[in-house]
Design a protein around this ligand. Sequence first.
Ligand code: SF4
Length: 171
Amino acid sequence: MISLKFWYLLYRIAPYLKLDRQKIADRIISINNKLLKGSKHGFEYDEILVLLPHCIQDKDCKFRITHHQDNCIMCGKCHFGEILKYCKEKGINLRIATGGTLARKIIKELRPKGIVAVACHRDLIEGISDVKKIPVLALTNIIGKCGPCISTGVDTKKLFDLIEKLHKKHI
Ligand code: SF4
């Protein structure tokens, strides 16, 4: 398998070569997740951090959830409620990161043993390469009819599967 370093390099120079950056990012995320899924983790739920982008909240939602997740009434208009419920039941740390700086701060504070990050391609690629000592499984968010960065979605089945991959004793 071609190393991740090669794909990162290709991702950086893709605009000059007129290559599709998104496809390369997909490849990086897929390789990253495969490599990590092949490792043994077995973290407790409370050692796992789930990072979500703020744009998964429905654009018309009137509740402020970035710092007060319990404001969410789980109305089902966006995926946040479902993810919040799952994480609460399991005791998983769930945070919304409005950018890379806040994500780094959260990681520094919580010191998780494993991370599942949901974001757009660009933020995920930056995040995966940024966090060196902690396994980061990545999942791209779903761009809906509002376009990128507004009312995006999450494949919650895939998200919960990635969380379980970090949690199970043998992957
Ligand atoms: S589930 Fe409903 S209440 Fe919760 S953040 Fe989404 S839109 Fe707002």
